[in-house]
Design a protein around this ligand. Structure first.
Ligand code: ADP
Length: 482
């Protein structure tokens, strides 16, 4: 089967979060199962820095806009792991400082930028090979199912091609003023509440959910949560309407990128049988954060996160003064909302002997934290899938999580430290602190702790099973269309 992926992020070229890891690893797992996969990604400035002169595959693809056309090139991103990557090159849209916007706000032409990406993927596919199925990721690629179901509806080569929409985070839906309809040359009859309209805005993701043949999200629990008012972000009714076609598939992890036995970013390698290297990684991490003379009995707690209310950054701030009284040191890596960046830096200044923060996006440091910490915190308010708790398990770093979405599906706390982590249910910092204290209590029991570390490391997080589940979804939507 030929599957075309369309997304706004893909590791290692363009990453701001977990979607990039999925869009990179899932195609390779599908190729391993014998399928042909092509991935389309914008040719951002960040990509051009790494791949400055790619071969031109298509010199000019016409993308119409009101009163004028834009012309994009399709560039060859190469074949890796048997997956063909293509870059969509439109300098005026993608040669920018950031992917989606600057700290002062989103780019005002994001509807046109990602609308163009989608139309370019459709048009390029007609020349390079019409797939059996399109697999689109988040709102940035939702215009593919929308366009296939509307302005491309009578195209004889696309007519029977289904699209699968994956939701990595329904908190971001691509909301734009109604004029976006005209800017993308879509018919106004799409702007109704049963299609793209959401409280007088054009909602890309809503359109994707309405028009896709199947919808998937990145954990079973989040697929249920999406259908509730609390987590549906205004689309719970739309998700409920499509519940028969909505499925949760838990992410795997890319064992070439995240594996303590081979990771080139960490100070020493280790395995479930031989944990000695983890001690060296711990020393290296403490050194990177400028801590000296930390006793082996003191727990090293790590955080790698987008700073946002979604991620429970406020919970971390709220427990900080009480946590600082415990026998631990806390290392934080992250970036995001300025408000939380400032608060966390202030907290670190208040507890210089216990808490350190690095405000940046740094993949190498993220690996060092996963390897060097003893405990990893993820107090998310909601978490569609979450990858860091899986990386933590794989690296023998025990996660403390809020029981939501993918965190609830993958982390289990049991009495006597029998599970693979610690979790709390309430929506409160106190419940979070208690869970961290339970983790610290177990940390002091070395035998129990090591058993828990080993249990997590031995779990199987390969992409094989999720990839096979995606294949079943593709087969279903293809059959339904034929
Ligand atoms: P989300 O996509 O919602 O931000 P996930 O847990 O699904 O959350 O994925 C986050 C991904 O981004 C992980 O691979 C994590 O290591 C990475 N990441 C987040 N913040 C940083 C950072 N400041 N530096 C490096 N990597 C980061």
């Amino acid at each position: 089967m030929h599957i075309v992926f369309a997304a706004s992020e893909c590791s290692p070229w363009a990453k701001s979060g977990g979607m990039a890891d999925v869009v990179s690893a899932l195609p390779r797992a599908l190729a391993k199962l014998g399928h042909r996969v092509s991935v389309f990604l914008p040719y951002y400035r960040q990509v051009a820095k790494v791949v400055p002169k790619p071969k031109v595959v298509l010199q000019s693809v016409t993308i119409p806009f009101p009163s004028y056309n834009r012309f994009v090139r399709i560039l060859d991103g190469g074949i890796a792991g048997e997956v063909q990557t293509y870059f969509v090159d439109c300098a005026e849209f993608f040669d920018r400082e950031e992917f989606y916007g600057t700290p002062s706000g989103d780019y005002p032409d994001n509807a046109e930028r990602f609308g163009l990406l989608c139309r370019a993927v459709i048009e390029a596919s007609k020349i390079l090979g019409v797939p059996d199925v399109f697999h689109v990721h988040d709102w940035q690629a939702s215009m593919i199912p929308i366009m296939l179901g509307s302005i491309y509806y009578f195209d004889p080569v696309l007519r029977h091609v289904p699209a699968v929409q994956t939701i990595h985070n329904a908190g971001f839906q691509g909301w734009f003023p109604p004029q976006a309809i005209e800017k993308l040359l879509l018919p106004w009859d799409l702007f109704t509440v049963d299609k793209l309209e959401h409280f007088d805005k054009v909602d890309f993701l809503k359109g994707g959910v309405v028009y896709a043949d199947a919808i998937t999200t990145v954990s079973r629990k989040y697929a249920e949560e999406l259908q509730t008012a609390e987590f549906g972000n205004g689309l719970d009714g739309v998700f409920r309407k499509r519940s028969g076609d909505l499925l949760g598939i838990t992410n795997g992890i890319d064992s070439e990128e995240w594996n303590p036995a081979t990771d080139s970013h960490i100070a020493a390698h280790y395995t479930v049988q031989n944990l000695a290297g983890k001690k060296e990684c711990r020393r290296d991490l403490l050194h990177a954060y400028g801590f000296e003379n930390v006793s082996d009995d003191t727990a090293v707690i790590g955080v790698v996160s987008r700073f946002a209310t979604q991620k429970g950054s406020d919970f971390i701030v709220e427990i900080m003064d009480r946590l600082a009284k415990e026998d631990m040191v806390l290392v934080i890596l992250g970036s995001g909302e300025e408000y939380y960046e400032r608060l966390l830096v202030e907290m670190a200044e208040r507890h210089p002997a216990k808490v350190r923060v690095q405000v940046k996006f740094d993949n190498v440091m993220a690996h060092k934290i996963e390897a060097g910490a003893d405990i990893f915190l993820m107090p998310s308010r909601y978490e569609p899938g979450g990858l860091n708790q899986l990386y933590s398990l794989k690296y023998g770093t025990i996660p403390v999580v809020r029981a939501t979405g993918g965190l609830d599906d993958t982390i289990e706390e049991q009495p006597n430290g029998e599970g693979n982590g610690f979790k709390f249910w309430g929506y409160s910092a106190d419940a979070f602190l208690e869970a961290v204290q339970r983790a610290l209590g177990t940390f002091r029991n070395k035998e129990q702790w090591t058993a828990m570390v080993r249990r997590g490391m031995a779990q199987n997080f390969s992409w094989d099973k999720p990839a096979a589940e995606y294949v079943r979804v593709y087969e279903r939507v293809i059959t339904n269309r034929s």
